[in-house]
Design a protein around this ligand. Sequence first.
Ligand SMILES: Cc1ncc(COP(=O)(O)O)c(C=O)c1O
Length: 441
Amino acid sequence: MDGLTPPPNDLGAYWMPFTANRQFKANPRLLVAADGMYYRSHDGRQVLDGTAGLWCVNAGHNAPRVTEAIRQAAGVLDYAPSFQMGHPGAFRLASRLAELAPGDLNHVFFTGSGSESVETALKIALAYHRAKGQGQRTRLIGRERGYHGVGFGGIAVGGILNNRRAFGSLFAGVDHLRHTHDPARNAFSRGQPTHGAELADDLERLVALHGADTIAAVIVEPLAGSTGVLVPPVGYLERLRGICDRHGILLIFDEVITGFGRLGAPFAADRFGVLPDLMTTAKGLTNGAVPMGAVFARDHVHDAIVQGPEHLIELFHGYTYSGHPLACAAAEAVLDTYAVEGLFERAAGLEGAFADAVHSLRGKPHVIDVRNLGLVGGIELESRPGAPGGRAHEVFVRCYGAGVLIRVTGDIIALSPPLIVEEGQIARMVETIADALAAVE
Ligand SMILES: Cc1ncc(COP(=O)(O)O)c(C=O)c1O
């Protein structure tokens, strides 16, 4: 394989995830190589990456340190069991991550993906209350329009109808906060919208309904990515933290997208100055190069569970690939890259120019809202009557044809370029979107 081999002419066997399989296979879009800000497509075109892959390639494609670390690690230790055994790289990486994380998020549990991180965090929350003698606290609270991956726990606390409705009764004892999207008051906000902190009080409503002593945890994305870039209103996360504290409810931030510099700080918890009890991550942890996730736990959460007789397993949970040696090697090189290249600071420095660029789409055909924070932009289009998502999909296909990869969810365009992006490349993304908007009905 030279990376340029034409696609197989039978695409039938691969059942693709979150894809309109038949539509895709009628007109496939295959990527065969990548470097820096660009993909190369199977038909030999350069494609500017406006989405960091799937929100994960924060350091740009094939970051040299990462590629080299993977090469080296592959020949040394292919695999080490993660139960009752370990390898030095996992301990070293955990220490470095704990150092990077805010506050006393000092304990790191490795997983293989964002979805596994979410399942892990929910289970830790339940185990925590049980260890504290409050085993009746089993209720989990998510939020409408939340995306927490595709495990049963994640889709239960998640708030996306299509991700839930085909899959039965999920599990009982879950409720949801209202989402924070309020275009009537906040359309075209630059950065955090001003209205909506009071929506956090919805948690008080659920406490009044169910009783605080039945609620284990609340999980939210600090900034909801997958459902269309919903930026938290000023004061909202602080208020949620306060209510959780008042009622002994654990607060989980799902930072699978926001972690590792996306908002111009190591984590959204840093950016907003709100410390969760548990934090789920994946994606940017390894720059997408090897699958890996990590859950961060504060001292009090860890210490409540890791106690009792020393010869007994404290938490009956883990994965064959927790702390996989190759993933650990990749992640350490990714952390080096972030630090040496100053990528979190770079993202912070670009935020203003990025905001100017995406907000320049205000007034273009079909655009009904633009929102942004860090290096995340959301451009919402008016849906066609009876055909939600159709217009944005056409914009996506046109942009790809013009050499720019964007992401769409429903009729919302999401931009989240690698943090190495140049201002000229941001301009090209936005111009390409503007051209596509002008061309679609
Ligand atoms: C906030 C959030 N949580 C969890 C996930 C699931 O991650 P994965 O696809 O690695 O399982 C995602 C993926 O986009 C996400 O955005």
